[in-house]
Write a protein that binds this ligand. Structure first.
Ligand code: NAP
Length: 496
């Protein structure tokens, strides 16, 4: 392979055994995991994918306006830079095409079983026994959940919603081909998804009501289309695209990530930019409706220059009164107004703590991970769950999630997992399990940094659990990469 990944694992040593690994999910992380395992000589692997195509979140989310709000040149595999991005913020279909190209270039389809949803996984002390929705079974040494942390759509509990006679769906389950023009459309939610969808739908000749319970700060990041010449130059000199990627990596990790975790110029700068942007909304009534009460970045920052102009259009109305219930005709708000609608769109996010679920994962003691995590979610280094040997997560509890590239941080996890499996294979360890005290120390490190985070300033979002504690990494992305780089095997119980 011309420009394959670097894995930093020893390929010279003859392994004590040839482990079989199953990856759940052929999204960006699962595919990268497979590429890197193969590259490290750990090619006895399979990817189980519930759908019939690769791409994960970019295959599933097809709502109008979908784009990645992390600049495209920073949103690709480090070993597969795409010089051909058409926009600063790549549009969803373009990222999906990139995923498909990766799958084809690395011949990943030969290891992917499509239409196979893993429903059950039982550990017998040495191996995981898997059951799939298509009736298939498998036994593997290592199991990796690359299932995507934001995957299971969340629907608000609105009384009477099932009586609504019109069409209703979640942004993650977009009705392909639906024509919204001339329709009375209500959209609930104005997070990163809602904002993108509202901006696009507003132009489709609809009568749009945006139900915004909590307005969010919007950072003015324009999504510029690259000109023909510009694209040709980047194609001819790919280092330019790589340099742009490095710049955005620096900007997002040094500015956005650091503003979240500590006081400093970054926080002041982002706050000033958002306030300036909001100030450009001319209509004072509209501006009032759009003004958040929390600090910028307390919720995940929304990036858009299209949203404010979209909601200022005469065919768009913002409804700030809460939804009391649904009727067969529409949504009733707390001021007693019934908003009659043809379509209701839920831009209401995901169950952010679903991680591996709804897969039933049971360890050798018969304990289910779902039950264990009901008390407290947690994973050592965000990857390894004590009590569940040989099982690893990409994007587990306390991984860094926010306004930066999920692909970049997933690569650090994927490399770490390769090292772990390679170490076990080389040294004949058939079982590796994080020690509970190691996880407790990791968790303590995460939690001790909470007081300095912006999340501590009082807001509600999917980053925080029911007790208001962040599920996310509270250090810098660099610190996260550091803790994953060289696994400390003293933190694990190993068995041959
Ligand atoms: P989200 O950030 O969880 O936002 C959900 C929205 O639904 C919020 O505005 C919430 O209001 C609203 N909502 C929920 N229940 C409601 C109810 N009963 N009544 C009124 N409003 C209700 O979900 P999301 O926008 O789908 O984003 C989730 C994550 O996906 C993002 O944080 C990001 O990580 C990822 N994403 C990324 C991109 C990208 O470009 N990279 C794009 C889209 C999404 P409250 O705030 O009042 O709860």
């Amino acid at each position: 392979m011309a420009n394959g990944p670097a894995t930093n694992t020893s390929r010279d040593k003859k392994p004590a055994y040839r482990p079989r690994t199953a990856i759940i999910g052929a999204g960006a992380a699962g595919m990268m995991q497979a590429i890197k395992l193969r590259e490290a000589g750990l090619d006895n692997l399979v990817i189980y994918e519930k759908a019939n195509e690769v791409g994960g979140t970019w295959r599933e989310n097809r709502y109008p306006g979908i784009a990645c709000d992390v600049p495209a040149h920073h949103y690709n595999y480090s070993f597969e830079h795409n010089p051909g991005w058409s926009h600063r913020l790549a549009l969803g279909p373009e990222i999906q095409s990139y995923m498909i190209r990766i799958a084809d270039k690395y011949d990943l389809r030969r290891d992917i079983v499509f239409g196979a949803k893993v429903t059950k996984a039982d550990f017998d002390g040495q191996q995981w026994h898997l059951e799939m929705s298509n009736g298939q079974r498998d036994t593997v040494d290592f199991l990796i959940a690359a299932t995507g942390p934001l995957h299971v759509p969340a629907f608000p509990d609105i009384e009477g919603i099932h009586s609504f006679k019109g069409t209703k769906f979640h942004t993650a389950e977009w009705l392909d081909g639906i024509d919204l023009s001339e329709k009375r459309v209500g959209i609930i939610g104005s997070g990163s998804t809602g904002t993108q969808a509202i901006s696009a739908i507003a132009n489709q000749g609809v009568n749009l009501k945006a139900f915004i319970r909590t307005p969010q700060w919007v950072f003015p990041l324009p999504n510029r289309r690259f000109g023909k010449t510009e694209r040709a130059i980047v194609r001819a000199f790919p280092f330019i695209g790589r340099m742009a990627g490095s710049f955005y990596g620096w900007f997002f990790e040094r500015v956005f990530a650091e503003a979240v975790i500590k006081e400093g110029w970054q926080r002041k700068f982002l706050s000033a930019m958002c306030k300036w942007h909001l100030g450009r909304v001319k209509d004072p009534v509209l501006r009032e409706k759009l003004t958040p009460t929390d600090e910028p970045l307390c919720k995940r920052m929304v990036m858009s220059t299209l949203f404010y102009p979209a909601v200022a259009r005469p065919n768009v109305e913002i409804v700030r009164d809460g939804i009391v219930r649904a009727t067969e005709k529409g949504l009733l708000d707390e001021s007693g107004h019934l908003h009659e609608l043809d379509v209701i769109i839920f831009a209401t996010g995901f169950h952010a703590r679903a991680y591996h679920r709804p897969i039933e994962l049971t360890n050798a003691r018969g304990e289910s991970l779902t039950e264990v995590w009901k008390k407290q979610t947690g994973a050592h280094l965000s990857v390894h769950v004590p009590g569940f040997p040989n099982f690893m997560l990409v994007g587990g509890p306390h991984s860094p999630r926010g306004n930066f590239s999920a692909i970049a941080y997933s690569e650090a996890i994927v490399d770490h997992i390769v090292k772990i499996i390679r170490y076990c294979a080389d040294n004949g360890f058939h079982s590796i399990e994080a020690r509970p005290e190691a996880m407790a120390q990791f968790r303590e490190r995460v939690l001790s940094a909470v007081p300095k985070t912006i999340w501590n300033t009082g807001c509600k979002n999917w980053y925080l659990d029911e007790k208001g504690m962040p599920e996310n990494w509270t250090g810098t992305p660099d610190e996260y990469r550091d803790i994953l780089r060289d696994p400390n095997y003293q933190e694990f119980n190993l068995a041959t």
